[in-house]
Design a protein around this ligand. Structure first.
Ligand code: NAD
Ligand code: MLT
Length: 526
């Protein structure tokens, strides 16, 4: 396996990659876009920091690429959608630089409060100006927006500096905030109450311009703003106006809407603005941490097939993987079975999980069901990374529900596929540790092992149907390995699953389909 490291990575990370054995590691930094496009077809793995722009062009030029590792948190420099579409795993290292970045935000807040960068520049300009009047942070209110990994460290450090900390994060529970000693408030309250505001959300469509003209208008006069998250969470134009209008008395920015920051960015002309060139994660410790993390993740990916910290596929530990694997296999087979049985344009897939299985975390199982389903249409190009993406692209809605209540089985997966013509239900479970079974098709209870070649047919329950099918198969040299029959009531309808040793020739299937009392007959391969 060949791995390209295209940004500077701490030596320790390179050592881990090289010592793993079986990986050929090339370090080629500072490549132009054209150079990386011409290099990438040779590689199975790519490791970047923020310098390399892994655009759709780069991804589409890749022939063997299986994984992209980002030494850092933000994957804004990687076209994750393009990677997902090609089935390439994108991983980041979400833990290694959080302390460093939180410390940077605190350093920026103190520098802002005491105008340290401005005073330093003045002294270095051979002046002795005493007018750099600051404010204390003691007893002031810090409003943290985004109480995740970094935001919560900032909150705890700020409390250590005797600040009152309030926070807004719609995805954090009151209990979590309480444990951090932070008052969880509405976004509007942050604007109305905070003396300092520090943003720590990811940049998403919801957080882009989270702070703009309307928000500045209701802020406490003299508020100070810190952004060590991502440029564009704060509207730079609105920030400039709010400083000019004396609503904001200072801003500390590590990140900008356009990076590197444009020389003509008007914010750079304001004395009230202090800035750093996206240095939030720039400490020896953080760079060492992220290099080690990304190297270990890439080694585990190639050597153990383990996916950690992926942003486009659910991650799982080796222990969880071993528990969930039988359900992944079952799910894929159920998806494939559905795809081979249904008729009509597919509208949606609804998956219900019941019983113990819900404790395993069902997201990967859902993906394997969708993968198995799509494989019949799309072929081998579909994998765990791009399955959800391809389903969405084809307008197939996937819904998932869970209930810990169990009825006939300790764990049960129920998959309903709705098409323009019909709605079909298949249920499956795992017997023992690793014995997948299909236990229901529509209203018919069965108990069939989902493997190999299968004839599945439905018929009106009448004497002679099964015998006749046995004779047709025998005459055409198709050997029956096992058979399961389920019916709703005597003389009602029935479904049968016949495991066979070889595929059924078309002419044999036609003979079965043209028999009286046959509703449908399909040849399935799982
Ligand atoms: P995280 O995912 O741990 O935390 C983000 C938090 O934001 C989550 O708790 C989430 O619930 C919350 N959130 C999401 N949408 C929100 C919204 N609309 N309003 C309020 N809260 C919302 O992320 P993290 O690791 O703490 O990183 C935070 C930010 O810092 C990211 O943007 C990351 O890219 C950036 N970062 C910057 C640097 C740097 O060098 N300046 C370094 C590392 C990380
Ligand atoms: C990150 O996302 O980890 C930070 O922005 C730092 C970096 O770009 O490496």
């Amino acid at each position: 396996m060949k791995v390209l490291v295209s940004d500077k990575l701490s030596e320790k990370g390179l050592e881990i990659l090289k010592k793993a054995g079986g990986l050929v590691v090339d370090v080629k930094t500072g490549l132009t876009k054209e150079q990386i496009i011409s290099e990438i077809p040779k590689y199975d793995g790519l490791i970047v920091r923020s310098g390399t722009k892994v655009t759709a062009d780069v991804i589409n030029a890749a022939k063997n690429l299986k994984v992209i590792g980002r030494a850092g948190i933000g994957v804004d420099n990687v076209d994750v959608d393009a990677a997902s579409k090609k089935g390439i795993v994108v991983m980041n290292t979400p833990e290694g630089n959080i302390i460093t970045t939180a410390e940077h935000a605190i350093a920026m807040m103190l520098s802002l409060a005491r105008k340290i960068p401005q005073a330093s520049a003045s002294v270095k300009g051979k002046k002795w100006e005493k007018g750099f009047m600051g404010v204390e942070i003691y007893n002031k209110t810090l409003g943290v927006i985004g109480l995740g990994r970094i935001g919560s460290i900032v909150a705890s450090r700020a409390k250590g500096l005797s600040m009152n900390v309030i926070a807004y994060d719609p995805f954090i529970s009151k209990e979590r905030a309480q444990n951090l000693g932070v008052e969880l408030v509405e976004l509007q309250d942050i604007f109305k109450r905070a003396d300092f505001i520090s943003v720590h959300t990811p940049k998403t469509s919801e957080t882009t311009y989270l702070i703009g003209e309307k928000e500045f208008a209701i802020m406490k006069k003299g508020v100070r703003i810190i952004n060590c998250a991502r440029g564009g969470i704060i509207d730079e134009k609105a920030l400039y106006n709010a400083i000019k209008d004396k609503i904001v008395s200072g801003a500390a920015l590590d990140v900008f809407e356009k990076e590197p920051v444009q020389p003509d960015n008007p914010l750079l002309e304001l004395d009230e603005v202090i800035c750093t060139p996206h240095l939030g994660a720039s400490t020896d410790e953080a760079q060492l941490n992220v290099a080690i993390d990304v190297a270990e993740q890439i080694v585990d990916f190639f050597k153990k097939g383990q996916i950690r910290n992926a942003v486009n596929v659910p991650s799982m530990s080796a222990e969880l993987l071993s528990k969930i694997q039988p359900y992944l296999t079952l799910g894929e087979k159920m998806g494939s079975l559905h795809a081979q049985l249904i008729e009509g344009g597919v509208k949606g897939i609804t998956i219900k999980y019941s019983g113990d299985i819900v404790n395993l975390g069902v997201k990967p199982i859902t993906i394997s069901i969708v993968k198995g389903f799509l494989q019949s249409f799309v072929g081998e190009g579909v994998n765990m990374v791009n399955a959800s993406f391809i389903a969405k692209e084809r307008g197939i809605e996937v819904a998932e529900t869970t209930t810990s209540e169990a009825h006939d089985f300790a764990s049960l997966i129920s998959v309903t596929v709705k098409t323009e013509k019909q709605e079909k239900l298949i249920e499956g479970t795992v017997f023992g540790k690793n014995d997948p079974r299909i236990v229901r098709i529509d209203e018919y209870w069965v108990e069939a092992s989902p493997s190999g070649n299968m004839l599945i047919f439905s018929n009106i329950d009448a004497p002679g149907v099964i015998g006749k099918i046995g004779t047709i198969l025998g005459d055409d040299k198709v050997n029956i390995a096992g058979m399961q029959l389920g019916r709703n009531k005597p003389k009602g309808n029935a479904v049968s699953i016949v495991n066979i040793d070889s595929p059924i020739p078309d002419k044999t299937l036609q003979k079965i389909r043209s028999m009286p009392n046959i509703i449908y007959a399909k040849m399935v391969k799982l």
